[in-house]
Design a protein. Structure first.
Length: 305
């Protein structure tokens, strides 16, 4: 599933700095915009949008869902616009150098509610709200920005997990109506060795393909949220960290083949480009793939001598 977002339709006075469109993240879209001062058009959003100032100060006036708000925005200020609530009026008083916009599409948002919180989405609505500070959203935003700036081999798994966590956070903190929220499942149902072995076998068999945390959870016959918790308890790693390490090992093995193009290694290891692979490989090993290959060839020659 590709998420289009509605930024181009809404932010006609702005400039798109960067976005995750080319990453093909299935559960979340992230965009960074700069905004000029002025009015924005009325928009009926298809997705739930979280906007957070990264750089700049401005007064934002907006009206949606019968509410009118005037907010003095600064770094960390957040505006929440739930899907289906028309924003009738938006005015930005001063230019904003950098603003992160996160879009959560309908279906993954509903899946999170149904599977993890046992809430009927038809009974739940979010508030149209501005927030001065939300540490959890700020933390998620920071990780999203890191992945947007520097791709990792298991970034899709990371974003999938963040999307679910962010959706659950919005429901717990910004629901418009009181809901009987189910407490998070405990981790006292461990991931036994047999199920863990099946998950590892699945990962190794699909290491060069795109798959989701939900696919790993299905292999273990657990819900995605519970699987992610018990997997970390069992292995000490989150699912995306585990897959990243597995793909790094695979990349090292492939680089030992001196005739295999590095770009082929990059795609097989889960990267969208050789440049992103090189940056991630250097961060993990303090060497470029070419340097690692040269060192491996030198060791091989010394062993033969």
């Amino acid at each position: 599933m590709t998420i289009a977002g509605h930024g181009a339709e809404k932010y006609v006075t702005g400039h798109l700095i960067d976005g995750s469109q080319d990453r093909n993240w299935p559960h979340l879209l992230a965009e960074r915009w700069s905004h000029r001062a002025g009015d924005l058009p009325s928009v009926l959003p298809r997705d739930t949008e979280i906007a957070m100032f990264l750089r700049g100060n401005s007064v934002v006036e907006r009206q949606g869902g019968g509410m009118r708000q005037r907010t003095s925005g600064h770094r960390g200020t957040i505006w929440l616009c739930p899907a289906g609530i028309r924003e009738e009026y938006i005015n930005v008083s001063e230019p904003v150098a950098d603003c992160l916009h996160i879009y959560l599409p309908g279906q993954p948002f509903e899946d999170t509610l149904l599977q993890d919180l046992e809430i009927d989405p038809s009974r739940m609505t979010l508030r149209y709200e501005s927030v001065d500070h939300d540490p959890f959203i700020e933390q998620v935003a920071e990780v999203i920005l890191q992945e947007l700036n520097t791709e990792t081999s298991a970034g899709r798994l990371l974003i999938e997990t963040l999307s679910s966590a962010l959706s659950a956070h919005l429901v717990h903190k910004y629901a418009a109506n009181a809901l009987p929220l189910k407490p998070p499942p405990s981790s006292d149902k461990p991931l036994d060795q047999r199920r863990l072995a099946r998950v590892i076998e699945f990962v190794d068999a699909n290491i060069s393909r795109e798959f989701a945390v939900a696919d790993m959870a299905r292999t273990a016959c657990l819900s995605p949220a519970h699987f992610a918790r018990v997997f970390k308890v069992r292995t000490g790693l989150t699912p995306h960290q585990f897959v990243s390490e597995r793909r790094l090992t695979l990349a090292k093995q492939m680089l030992a083949d001196l005739y295999r193009p590095i770009v082929d290694v990059a795609y097989t290891a889960g990267f969208s480009s050789q440049a992103n692979f090189t940056r991630a490989f250097r961060r993990a090993t303090n060497m470029t793939p070419g340097q690692f290959r040269g060192q491996t060839a030198a060791y091989r020659m010394s062993d033969e001598l």
